[in-house]
Design a protein around this ligand. Structure first.
Ligand code: MIG
Length: 796
């Protein structure tokens, strides 16, 4: 017996086992790679998932045992036992330790409660965008997308919800995903030291248990379930400059020229709400931006892209074409009585698109044509928690109705009516709140893809939900100009990345307040390795261009941003890896070193992909940094000096983040450019090894989707040192030809070199060069002409 009543029968189909109760139903499904999904629903609580894009597979009969009320599934990741009479379930991982027991699911008028015994597990990560400690053990989190400017450390909830928890420690790992878009809470052993208590206000209990050999496998499987990050345009990896707001036109142009005159690379300028006419979406302010087309042409000529902000609120104003067309097509959110829900946001009284249905998403997507026609390159969706200034709960009324059609027909949408079958297509806001921002980002992305089918859009969103990586990059909202927030930003990136969303950044310098020059430079240093790298600040903040603080800071900031641009080939390749595997670029040490107990506590240093370890300075006044290097040998990125594993103290003067490369890595860098729209002259392979090394890089045109049809170049290189000869072997795949003129190799300097001969072997023959040698910082550089047919470089 449980709160759904008695179990009346078990039923089996190839893809599911159903348990029927007096007032509800449970269902067991299996997904690829051994993910087990348990749904428990009261009556008709179930809703199609916004997060999950994968489909269940046939349950392998050989691994299943069904009794009268019990089911056992034995998979490669462990054993799952269901006791369906009382809705209990246990997962015993292969390792046999830290099993996970669900102690029933109870439904009541206030929602559902489920308790899990965790049997000694003490390390939990994920949960998306949270300001709670890195390890979520001992914390309580709420999932309810909320706009809270100037949030503080431990403030919760914020803009985005990803109800995914990763248990990982040297004993083993698993993931649990509790898919529900209403208000949910996770008490991760804050009340009972060995129990997770989960509650959901509305909807069904949807538990996915993700087994895995190691945390990377679990995170990878979660991304199979909920989708991968899109491949962004290359320019989205460049440095980006924003503030609330740069206007008028002349100031925007002056800003752009400032970058070029100061020789500080930059790719993107952001226009915050003041570019609009009275904050109305899809308009230009005639006063501040009288000639947007000309301005955009000039900016493009200077090598800049432009991203404009777009909020969901549409001004309720007769004659405003976006409002009129939306009213005509009936796309705005309604109250249960059929009238429109309105609320105050920037433009004044607004209506809000109901992004949950396809008709509205199409309508919304097509609005972007207005801005694309002027040449705007990317879009920034803000306020989409949704945030409403004047409503008592700061968001939509909980009973407004959304038409959740997932592509179904919407003919009778006018009548939010008595008809039962129709009502099922509607969801009250309270049940879908956490997916509103994600569906806005989706409408934006899908619209842009329809309008410019061969371009990769950049969409940035503030609110999001699990799976939202399929639609947009995200930033961590209105943070604060303090060292505490710099530290927090990194810990947030790590958990957001583990939650399936690799493309993340924070407002460099802190949104609210004015950073000291030192804090700003330190934040830029973290920015070099932040997937999304944008400076942004609140209205009336002091100037925060990289040259705003004068020397020596201008020079320091230039060097920092230059480093980002030198690393672009490597960063882009890591983006491609994340797009392919779902693993984040910015990752905690334990993702690669799961056996290392120490790695579970460290959130102030991180790995970038498999090669880099980065230890930013996160304290004021510090010029040294203690760094923990996990197992193996490491080399300093700056001078190739060999360093052994363990704790070390390193110098870290302003502008110099300690960066290390795993011994055996070949890192792809390039010569300096002022934006990614410039072609760098030289591709530079930096070898971090004395003996054997390898690396790979990915190139494509950076803007179109042609890479899907073979227009890319995947370059694998292996390095080997023998006696008096160093050899680099190249493996190439794909038919894209990068525009480099030269390829240079940098090898740690030893007495074996300088070289006398360099041979470049290509498929069309060999060429011998007297190497143009260049000694710098412990490395010897040899340069050859770049050939897309390169097979091997021999240095003697
Ligand atoms: O109510 O558009 O987080 O980045 O500058 C504030 C103005 C609305 C909040 C965003 C911030 C942006 C600001 N917005």
């Amino acid at each position: 017996m449980n709160t759904l009543g008695n179990l009346s029968k078990l039923e089996q189909t190839p893809k599911a086992i159903f348990a029927h109760y007096d007032s509800g139903e449970a269902r067991i499904e299996v997904f690829k790679s051994g993910i087990v999904h348990l749904t428990v629903m009261r009556g008709k609580d179930e809703m199609k998932s916004f997060a999950v894009i994968d489909s269940p597979v046939d349950i392998p009969a050989s691994s299943m045992k069904i009794g009268k009320a019990d089911v056992e599934l034995a998979g490669p990741g462990g054993t799952f036992n269901f006791h369906l009479e009382n809705l209990e379930f246990s997962f015993i991982p292969k390792s046999g330790v830290n099993s996970l027991d669900l102690k029933g699911v109870q439904f009541s008028d206030t929602g559902l409660v489920a308790e899990f015994d965790i049997h000694g597990a003490r390390n939990f990560y994920g949960l998306g965008e949270k300001t709670l400690p890195f390890n979520k053990y001992g914390t309580r989190a709420t999932m309810w997308n909320s706009d809270f400017p100037a949030y503080t450390v431990r403030f919760d909830p914020l803009y985005e919800s990803i109800p995914f928890l990763l248990k990982s420690d040297p004993q083993g790992t698993y993931g649990i995903f509790l898919d529900n878009t209403s208000r949910t809470t996770f008490d991760v052993c804050a009340t009972d030291s060995d129990q997770i208590v989960y509650t959901a206000k509305e909807g069904a209990f949807e538990l996915y248990v993700i087994p895995g050999k190691n945390p990377a496998e679990v995170v990878g499987k979660f991304s199979e379930l909920t989708g991968k990050m899109h491949m962004p345009p290359l320019w989205a990896l460049g440095y980006q400059q924003s503030r609330w707001s740069y206007y008028p036109e002349a100031r925007v142009l002056e800003l752009a020229r400032g970058f070029r005159e100061n020789k500080i690379p930059c790719d993107v300028i952001y226009l915050d709400i003041d570019y609009m006419n009275g904050y109305k979406c899809f308009t230009w302010s005639p006063k501040n931006f009288p000639t947007p087309k000309e301005m955009l042409d000039t900016l493009h000529g200077l090598g800049f892209k432009v991203v404009t902000i777009i909020d969901p609120g549409i001004k309720d104003e007769k004659g405003y074409d976006v409002f009129e067309s939306g009213m005509k097509d009936s796309v705005f959110v309604k109250k249960p009585d059929g009238s429109h829900f309105t609320g105050q946001v920037w433009p004044g009284k607004c209506v809000f698109p109901d992004f949950f249905n396809e008709k509205t998403r199409k309508w919304w997507g097509s609005q972007y044509k207005f801005l694309l026609d002027y040449g705007v390159d990317g879009f920034w969706n803000d306020m989409n928690e949704p945030s409403v200034f004047d409503s008592p709960n700061k968001t939509f009324d909980l009973d407004v109705v959304h038409l959740v059609d997932e592509g179904q027909s919407v003919e009778n949408e006018e009548q939010i009516s008595e008809s039962k079958t129709q009502m099922e297509k509607f969801a009250r806001h309270v049940a879908v709140h956490n997916a509103y921002g994600m569906q806005m980002a989706r409408a934006t992305r899908e619209g842009l893809e329809r309008l410019e089918p061969n371009l990769r859009p950049l969409v940035l969103t503030r609110a999001n939900y699990a799976g939202g990586q399929r639609y947009a990059a995200m930033w961590t909202g209105d943070n604060f100009a303090s060292f505490a927030h710099l530290r927090l930003a990194l810990s947030m990136f790590l958990n957001i990345g583990l939650s399936g969303q690799p493309f993340v950044g924070s407002d460099v310098g802190g949104f609210i307040g004015d950073p000291s020059p030192e804090l700003f430079s330190r934040w830029l240093e973290l920015g070099v390795f932040s997937p999304f790298f944008r400076t942004h600040s609140v209205i009336n903040s002091k100037p925060r261009e990289p040259w705003a603080f004068g020397e020596p800071y201008t020079g320091i900031n230039r060097n920092i941003i230059d480093r980002r641009y030198e690393l672009i080939p490597e960063l882009y390749s890591e983006f491609k890896n994340a797009h392919d595997t779902g693993l984040p670029m910015v990752r905690p040490l334990f993702l690669n070193y799961p056996e290392d107990q120490k790695s579970y506590e460290l959130s102030d240093e991180f790995l970038f992909g498999d090669k880099f370890l980065v230890a930013p300075v996160l304290d004021s006044g510090k010029v040294k940094r203690n760094v923990y290097l996990p197992s193996g040998n490491w080399m300093s990125f700056y001078d190739g000096k060999l360093i052994s594993e363990g704790w070390h103290e390193f110098d870290a003067p302003l502008g110099m983040t300690p960066i290390f490369v795993k011994d055996g890595g070949v890192v792809f860098t390039q010569s300096l450019v002022q934006s990614t729209s410039d072609q760098a002259d030289t591709l530079i392979l930096k070898v971090f090894s004395m003996k054997r090394g390898k690396g790979s890089a990915y190139f494509d045109d950076g803007v179109t989707r042609d890479y899907r049809d073979g227009k890319y170049l995947a370059m694998d290189v292996t390095f080997g040192a023998e006696d008096k000869t160093d050899v680099l072997d190249f493996g190439l795949k794909g038919d894209y030809v990068p525009g480099y003129k030269f390829i240079a190799v940098e090898i740690p300097f030893t007495e074996r070199i300088p070289y006398h001969d360099g041979v470049l072997e290509t498929v069309s023959g060999n060429q011998t060069f007297a190497p143009v040698r260049d000694e710098r910082n412990g490395f010897m550089r040899v340069t050859f002409p770049f050939s897309p047919k390169i097979k091997r470089i021999v240095l003697k």
